[in-house]
Design a protein around this ligand. Structure first.
Ligand code: ZN
Length: 457
């Protein structure tokens, strides 16, 4: 009796040990993991029956099976029925609409998805993730029509486009270009209308712009902006670097920039300042000037910019400068992205149009630099200032003095580097300084569009 009692006691211990061990093993082993397969869908609300729905399934223990079923108003279709034999941990499926569902004229369908993993959890059945998504069927592309635009655009110059775009489920309105830049349209005047300034970068050989309206189901309508292209020849200057310049200005600047730390060769210092420092400074400028508001703009009537009283032009916008040194050709190059104006020392720098100061601090070769946001994606900047009379976030009014000219940064004499940017792209300041150009290319287009929109109401 004692023996058998002892025996069953030992057996009990052994069994408990096995059970505890098994539970421990099941708990820790990835073979018994309890996490459902992870599913991500490329569409979760709208579908146009054209673009496939991409489904990505993922599971650490591997995937066993995957099914997808589309349920319409009267029928249902199994569109994917997949058994994965190996321990694949990631798989993608493309769901296309079955033929019948197109004829069913459904307003919406339900997509049922079931994915099971290779885990031995749940009596070796694995973990199953089930998901049901209702998708609204939208096969109608957005309505888009271009109402008015500038007649022409000049290389390095600006233009405007105003258009109407409607869709109950609009996702995005963009203006794509031939040079990779996407302009953002701003709501204009009345509901359903949009406008954007456009810019042809001086370094791009050609220009084209297309408005792309896309709804949430992925339907797209495109409309190309009808602009006549006007070439403009920009100056190429060959500049010989002198030792006096390298030992003077460049040595002085190299002491102040972190990009030239540890570099002693004067020519190399010049290269870094002319290329790397310039690129870093312009990156900041482009970031600050790329923003466009999404609030409705009711009008846009800038007056000509006249930033420096009696300012004489000392360098053009768009000059391509190629440098040589002691017989070495092309040691460095750069584009001059503003208009240089000079008058008296410490001349008054004037903001001709009101706006918000979005930047007011030193910026490398640009020196002390205020940048003003005039709205609608139009920005102005004022380089090499001696002192600034504004701070970031200040609102300035037309004709306000914002700074005094000077020679801070990479400047050889007291002057103003005046730059204009449209959504982060430098444009010809001369256009925006010319009242006739503004009237013919911007203001009259805005007025025509508003007249047309009023007639539509
Ligand atoms: Zn300049």
């Amino acid at each position: 009796m004692r023996r058998s009692r002892n025996g069953s006691g030992i057996m009990g211990l052994v069994i408990s040990a096995i059970v505890v061990g098994a539970i421990g093993f099941m708990g820790f082993s990835s073979k018994f993991e309890r996490v459902d397969p992870k599913i991500t869908l490329s569409k979760t609300a709208y579908w146009n029956f054209k673009e496939p729905i991409n489904v990505n399934v993922e599971d650490a223990s591997g995937l066993k099976s995957f099914t997808a079923t589309i349920v319409g108003p009267h029928d249902e279709w199994v569109v994917v029925d997949d058994v994965t034999p190996s321990k694949v941990t990631k798989k993608s499926f493309q769901i296309l609409p079955p033929k019948g569902v197109r004829n069913a004229e459904a307003q919406s369908i339900v997509l049922k998805i079931e994915a099971t993993d290779n885990s031995l959890w749940g009596m070796f059945m694995g973990n199953t993730h089930k998901e049901e998504v209702t998708l609204i069927i939208d096969q109608r592309a957005p309505m888009l029509s271009i109402i008015s635009s500038s007649y022409k655009i000049q290389k390095g110059g600006s233009a405007i486009v105003i258009f109407k775009a409607q869709d109950e489920q609009m996702e995005s309105l963009k203006i794509k270009t031939s040079f990779g830049k996407t302009f953002i349209a701003q709501p204009f005047y009345k509901k359903g209308y949009y406008a954007s300034l456009l810019a042809w970068p001086v370094q791009s050989e050609t220009f084209s712009a297309t408005v792309v309206a896309r709804d949430k189901a992925g339907n797209e309508t495109q409309g190309s902006v009808p602009l006549r292209l006007k070439d403009h020849l920009y100056k190429v200057s060959n500049i010989e670097l002198s030792d006096a310049f390298l030992e003077g200005k460049i040595a002085e600047l190299a002491n102040t920039y972190e990009q030239t730390v540890g570099v002693t060769d004067r020519l190399e210092q010049f290269r870094i300042i002319n290329e790397k420092v310039r690129a870093d400074n312009e990156k900041i400028i482009h970031e600050v000037t790329s923003k466009v508001s999404n609030t409705m703009i009711s009008d846009f009537k800038p007056i000509p910019f006249y930033p420096l009283v009696n300012g004489q032009k000392v360098a053009d916008f768009g000059d391509h400068r190629i440098y040589s040194y002691k017989g070495q050709e092309n040691v460095s190059q750069a584009y001059h992205m503003g208009l240089d104006l000079a008058s008296v020392h410490n001349g008054s720098v004037i903001a001709s149009n009101g706006g918000t100061v979005v930047f007011a601090q030193p910026n490398g070769i640009y020196g002390n630099l205020p940048i003003i946001d005039h709205g609608f994606g139009l920005y102005t900047l004022y380089g090499h200032c001696a002192e600034l009379h504004v701070q970031e976030k200040d609102h300035v009014v037309s004709a306000q003095e914002i700074a005094k000219t000077g020679m801070s940064g990479y400047a050889m004499g007291d002057h103003l580097h005046f730059g204009i940017l449209v959504q982060g792209i430098e444009v010809r300041p001369e256009e925006w300084m010319d009242s006739k150009w503004i009237q013919d290319n911007i203001t009259s287009i805005v007025d025509t569009a508003k007249m047309f929109i009023d007639q539509q109401q």
